[in-house]
Design a binder for this molecule. Sequence first.
Ligand SMILES: Nc1ncnc2c1ncn2[C@@H]1O[C@H](COP(=O)(O)OP(=O)(O)O)[C@@H](O)[C@H]1O
Ligand SMILES: [Mg+2]
Length: 319
Amino acid sequence: MGERVIEVSGLTKYYGELLAVDHISFGVRRGEIFGFLGPNGAGKTTTIRMLVGLTRPSEGTAIIDGYDIREEIVEIKRRVGVVPETSNLYDELTVWENLLYMARLYRVPRAERGERVRELLETFDLWKRRDTKFRRLSKGLKRRATVAAALVHRPSILFLDEPTTGLDVVSAGALRGLMRRLREMGVTVFLTTHYIEEADQLCDRVAVIVKGKIVAVDTPENMKSAVQGTPVLEVVFDSPLPSLETEKMDLGTIVVEGNRVKILTEDPSSTLEAVIKLARRHGLRIELVNTLRPSLEDAFVKLTGVSPELMRVEKERGR
Ligand SMILES: Nc1ncnc2c1ncn2[C@@H]1O[C@H](COP(=O)(O)OP(=O)(O)O)[C@@H](O)[C@H]1O
Ligand SMILES: [Mg+2]
């Protein structure tokens, strides 16, 4: 697991004046599931697009499996599979036809195409659906077929852009299982997500990206332990909180979810006093006070100042 199969250095993308990806550097090890975690607009998709040759970097580069994305993108395309956020399969073709078409596009030898596609459809539990038109599949099956199609040329690295976004819980779980299976098969998996829990459960290592900059790269465990000493104070009120923009200054790192606030604090006692004052000021009653162990979500908030709720809200609005 030590070898670096992706080595990104100073990778940068400008769209006109907008700095979408800001001199990022990190490495991905062969055989790991590497997560790119960040809110909407952070630069995740742009990074993937640069790594797989869909858009050119403004500055910096990356070496993938020994090849430079600036000069050897043809070699790279042979070695990587891409699952875009919006499927690249054809609505009017059947599942079978779509995969066969992909196999041809990726120059899989003619004699091997049928067998290769059959194998994939069986592995992905899509064999029974092979004659169904793509547009008639459920969201979950569409995503699964898109992943299968990205593997027809047996890439050693698979890029997935928000693979579970918009899926129901069961389909998302099945897809995560599939990514773990790919790892067992030796495929390096690079995925983007805005689900902190997903990064925690699925990824061997996670890079956190905010506004085009990487703010941390580590295992979920190490990220959690960075805030482990800091207790989290959870307070539940009898009604939803008004906007807390001004109070945030005094309270520090705070997450508001409806009636509930979570505050990362070195000093629970004085923070609790501040919360009581706040409740009085807004005419709220406190129903529950709790201290919790920090989760990856709390670590994320501390690292980025971005509220997990804001990540979810932005994403849904954008869809
Ligand atoms: N083709 C484009 N032209 C101009 N701006 C873009 C383009 N693609 C993305 N952006 C901008 O770049 C930033 C990063 O976008 P993106 O990489 O899609 O973020 P993410 O995938 O993390 O949501 C955003 O501010 C977005 O509006
Ligand atoms: Mg994106």
